[in-house]
Design a protein around this ligand. Structure first.
Ligand SMILES: *[C@@H]1O[C@H](CO)[C@@H](O)[C@H](O)[C@H]1NC(C)=O
Ligand SMILES: CC(=O)N[C@H]1CO[C@H](CO)[C@@H](O)[C@@H]1O
Length: 386
């Protein structure tokens, strides 16, 4: 669609005005910020040299968590030393410029790597990582240079150089790795455009280490993101960020091969993880505010915004900061019902949430824009309350 410049400018002005009006109508009282969370013990575990711990993994000995950050490193939390250790990286092209100011990291992701979803295989002891630019990366149990890079390009029919790999889980019975590619048109650093364009080129992929076979399980997903296998491996849940849905794809049982909607959530979901207390934790990037709802309900607004000569991701993060729209964590039951909601504006400082991993009574909370990992001790009363 070619637009007259004055028309585009008018729409931009209109959208900006609508946003400001919406912001004013949505001011919250500060007292509501930590309601119900007074007895949650909090600790912010800061990270040096990068931001955005996006996902967590624990190794077969239960050590960690491990997480990937904005400068392309995978770091490991060494509990006994109370500090992060450098574990690995996801790119073989890294140079001395990987590092420096956090604000510059997104520009260098295609060179330095951007590790997102990660999970250890208890079958092989290796760490599998979905990297936003390098596809599927495999690292040995002692870290260091990746032992294998499995490019997703071979099976992307279009042979496009973009395969934004994102969420990942391992079937611990067989060692098979399931992971998503969010889009074959947009890169990670342009995720706001990915949402506005309503792109449907996301996929669920499967890698079988024994045969080294890589295959497409599902096509045509709207911003495919986190994935989580059920406890017994009967089905896999897949996050669709743009549609705010959790999809369920049956792998076994007579329903094998069926895809259905598992849950709809009140915000843009990112990663999903099994909870040891049952069900699944979903990290919500931000609430689905009325304003963004309005934009998404009219496809032409998204098209106009994308046609404007501005960096839409930057514009969005600027407005989101003004508005302090914050993330939350939701625990879904195995039937897709909401069991628990954690929304913390005080400690998390209104940042987005990418993943929530529950382990031994602790919630490890990651955020794509935070220079720390949030760690919450779940109150005993809640721990018993499944
Ligand atoms: C990890 O790597 C970063 C970047 O190369 C470096 O600045 C930091 O000192 C290293 N940390 C440790 C604990 O070795
Ligand atoms: C309905 C639809 O969008 N179908 C597409 C699903 O994905 C395949 C492969 O990428 C396309 O060829 C279809 O057009």
């Amino acid at each position: 669609m070619r637009l007259q410049p004055h028309f585009a400018a008018a729409v931009a002005a209109f959208v900006a005005t609508a946003w400001v009006v919406h912001m004013r109508s949505d001011v919250r009282k500060s007292g509501e910020d930590v309601e119900g969370m007074q007895d949650w013990q909090y600790e912010g575990v800061s990270i040096d040299g990068g931001v955005g711990p996006e996902s967590f993994a624990f190794d077969p000995r239960g050590e960690g968590p491990y997480t990937g950050i904005s400068d392309g490193r995978i770091i490991k939390w060494q509990r006994s030393e109370n500090r992060w250790l450098n574990f690995s990286v996801t790119s073989l092209q890294r140079n001395e410029e990987c590092g420096g100011a956090y604000e510059e990291h997104a520009k260098k992701e295609h060179v330095c790597g951007r590790p997102l979803g990660l999970c250890f295989s208890m079958v092989s002891n290796e760490l599998y990582i979905a990297d936003a630019y390098n596809g599927l990366v495999v690292v040995g149990p002692n870290g260091g240079t990746p032992s294998r890079l499995i490019s997703t390009l071979d099976v992307q029919e279009e042979k496009e150089p973009l395969a934004f790999s994102n969420g990942l889980d391992v079937d611990q019975r067989t060692g098979a790795v399931y992971f998503t590619t969010s889009s074959s048109k947009y890169q990670r650093r342009n995720y706001i455009s990915l949402i506005l364009s309503r792109d449907k080129s996301g996929r669920l992929m499967k890698y079988e280490p024994e045969t080294e076979q890589l295959s497409i399980v599902l096509n045509n997903l709207s911003f495919a993101n986190g994935v989580a296998l059920s406890k017994d491996g009967d089905y896999i849940l897949i996050i669709e960020t743009t549609t705010c849905r959790v999809l369920r794809y049956w792998l076994e049982t007579p329903k094998a091969g069926t895809l259905e909607v598992f849950a709809e959530v009140p915000g843009f979901p990112d990663n999903i993880k099994l909870s040891p207390r049952g069900g699944f934790w979903v990290g919500i990037y931000s609430r689905r505010e009325k304003f963004i709802e309005w934009i998404l309900s009219y496809p032409w607004i998204g098209k106009v915004l994308l046609s404007l000569p501005l960096d839409i991701t930057k514009a969005y993060s600027y407005l989101a900061k003004l508005k302090r729209s914050s993330g939350m964590a939701i625990r879904l039951s195995e039937d897709g019902y909401i069991l628990e909601v954690v929304e913390d504006k005080k400690w998390n400082k209104g940042r987005s949430i990418s993943e929530v991993e529950e382990r031994d009574g602790i919630l490890w909370v990651g955020s794509i824009d935070a220079p720390f990992v949030s760690k919450y001790n779940i109150p005993v009363s809640k721990q018993n309350n499944k």
